[in-house]
Design a protein around this ligand. Structure first.
Ligand code: F0G
Length: 359
């Protein structure tokens, strides 16, 4: 089947699997299950650049088909599951993985079951999993407990786990690193990224290493990962039993790819640090009001971290820094509305509107 696509950045974009086939574990017989994910914009952030004192760009992953970076990994994980003859896929999720798994599973005609922590998943994400027909179970527990059960489930039932413990997820997600190199002409000097289960920072680092190895870039970025202070196991150095943060997407106390994150940070001369909920929400509002980019709270952790740390040591005004904005702001309308004042109600009369707007 010929895929005809397109994105603002790459006119005839064919999706992650076709664009980066030579770097992915697929063969000519692998079915291509795609929603034309990837090819997301790298948007200049002039106000943020001014504050930081270097060129800062935003990798807007909310522009993916289900509104988060998860689609990059899911196209590969679901294509491989289909190739291997799987009938059902399962995942634990703080929301975005479940939304993406539900959509790609539908596309492939597979059954999808998801386990989410009751009461701690953003409304938009829950809506997505449900509308795409996934079997959604709300667990009386947190993400870490859900992931443990999912892993046990895969030993008892004929299901494929599509969390990032599935290596095909990491393979697909490294495409975001490839894209930053393809657009910038080389790797950035630093990459700022939120860290939850730590699959994405692992994937970006793998992508940068592979592109350098292949001669597609000449350098490697410093990897700067950021956890929410109430859910910062890697920063404190031990699992957190009761993680808590407003950024529900990264409300994780025992990341599966812990070692991947610490390797990326240490091998690249970067680090993993914590940002408070207040810092996350400040960055979240700043991005929306100053850069006109609406991301979800977890995504804003990358920018909160950059604003907190400032220009990394050794980098000057000519440095290029990429902040990954992992998911769309519309995913979590409740938080957005809690951050602004409730709109004024007026009578349905021109005079009343004029008086209130005072234009
Ligand atoms: N940002 C968003 C919006 C996320 O949904 C996630 C993870 C992360 C950042 C962290 O990425 O886990 O690779 O370190 N969400 C997962 C989920 C856990 O279930 O949707 P990570």
């Amino acid at each position: 089947m010929t895929i005809v696509g397109g994105s603002a950045h790459f006119p005839s974009w064919r999706g992650v699997l076709e664009e980066y086939r030579e770097f992915l574990p697929v063969t000519a017989s692998t079915p291509v299950i795609t929603l034309l994910e990837g090819g997301t914009p790298l948007v200049p952030a002039p106000r943020l650049s001014e504050r930081v004192g270097a060129r800062v760009l935003l990798k807007v992953e909310g522009a993916n088909p289900t509104g988060s970076f998860k689609d990059r990994g899911m196209t590969v994980a679901i294509s491989k599951a289909a190739e291997e003859g799987a009938r059902a896929v399962v995942c634990a999720s703080t929301g975005n993985t479940s939304a993406s798994a539900a959509a790609f599973a539908r596309r492939a005609g597979l059954t999808c079951a998801v386990l989410i922590p009751e009461g701690h998943i953003a409304l938009g994400k829950l809506a997505q999993a449900l509308i795409h027909g996934a079997r959604v179970l709300q667990l009386r527990g947190n993400f870490d407990q859900a992931l443990t059960i999912v892993r046990q489930l895969s030993e008892r039932a004929p299901v494929t786990v599509v969390n990032s413990v599935n290596p095909f997820r990491i393979e697909g997600q490294k495409s975001a690193a490839f894209e930053t190199v393809d657009v910038l002409g080389d790797a950035p000097d630093a990459l700022c990224i939120p860290v939850g289960n730590a699959g994405n920072i692992t994937a970006y680092w793998k992508g940068y290493l592979e592109f350098k190895e292949a001669g597609r870039s000449t350098r490697l970025p410093r990897m700067l990962g950021f956890q929410a202070a109430g859910a910062a196991p890697i920063v404190v150095g031990h699992p957190v039993e009761h993680p808590d943060t407003v950024a529900t997407a990264i409300r994780i106390g025992n990341p599966a790819s812990w070692y991947g994150a610490t390797s990326a940070a240490s091998e690249s001369g970067g680090g993993i640090s914590a940002v408070s909920d207040e810092e996350i929400l400040d960055a979240y509002r700043f991005l929306a009001s100053e850069e006109a980019v609406f991301c979800e709270p977890a995504s804003a952790a990358s920018v909160a971290g950059l604003l907190k740390l400032g220009l990394p040591d050794g980098l000057g005004g000519s440095a290029t820094i990429v902040c990954v904005l992992t998911g769309h702001g519309l995913k979590d309308p409740d938080i957005a509305i809690s951050q602004i004042s409730v709109p004024t109600v007026v009578d349905a009369e021109l005079q009343a509107v004029l008086a209130e707007l005072a234009l």
